[in-house]
Design a protein around this ligand. Structure first.
Ligand code: GRF
Length: 213
């Protein structure tokens, strides 16, 4: 069985989607451990309830980002992960961390990348009057929210929507597409080569599978 490690900072609804997908064998893998940089993250509760090792590391106990990440890497590597899944992990990764998991490190970002890397994506979509918004699953590289996109899901933005409305619509899609991508990866169908994402040996377009542009 393939090993999955998930990193979170908060609610962990995407983690829950992974837990459910593993239980229903939509993902052929075992969730070995969940790490958080926030002790109060509700996702840690979700993990414990599902019988998964759950651990918080506090950045305040480390002298540098590098020292924190080194400790985190050692603890993650004890689980021999085939894939490391960032699911709402709100901390910048050191280059050494990214290099250590290159090609097996996935993230979900709530925008149609390359649009709106960074924070407050829903707010920006609203402020710009976008009629369409969404979420992207991508491989992680050194560039923040800049690695090759694997799969996106689009949602409509309606007149009168607020940030919460959009966030809920986006998350609904995230819970469907993220487990799907993790499943593909663990089946060996998905790889990162030459800085691009490949599915079943086919180079994926810049906006991921089935992008219509
Ligand atoms: C998700 O919307 C994801 O796109 C972003 O952070 C949010 C995490 O939500 N990276 P949750 O903790 O999985 O509920």
């Amino acid at each position: 069985m393939k090993n999955i490690v998930v990193l979170i900072s908060g609610n962990g609804s995407n983690l829950q989607a992974m837990i459910d997908a593993c239980a229903q064998e939509r993902i052929n893998g075992t969730l070995r451990a969940v790490f958080s940089n926030k002790a109060e993250a509700y996702g840690l509760e979700r993990a414990r309830e599902a019988g998964i090792a759950a651990r918080a590391l506090s950045a305040g106990n480390f002298d540098s980002r590098e020292a924190f990440d080194l400790q985190l890497m050692q603890e993650i590597d004890a689980y021999a992960p085939d894939v490391v899944v960032l699911a709402g992990y709100m901390r910048i990764l050191s280059p050494a961390f990214v290099a250590n998991y290159r090609g097996r490190l996935l993230n979900i970002h709530p925008s149609l990348l390359p649009k709106y890397p960074g924070l407050h994506t829903h707010r920006q979509a609203l402020a710009n009057g976008d009629r369409e918004h969404g979420t992207s699953v991508h491989f992680v590289t050194e560039e923040l929210d800049g690695g090759p996109v694997i799969l996106q899901a689009k949602i409509p933005v309606f007149e009168g929507d607020n940030e919460e409305d959009i966030a809920a619509r986006v998350q609904h899609q995230e819970h469907a597409i993220y487990p799907l991508v993790v499943g593909w990866f663990l089946e060996g169908r998905l790889t990162m080569k030459e800085g691009r994402a490949w599915l079943d040996g086919q180079l994926l377009p810049a906006q991921g599978y089935a992008a219509d542009e």
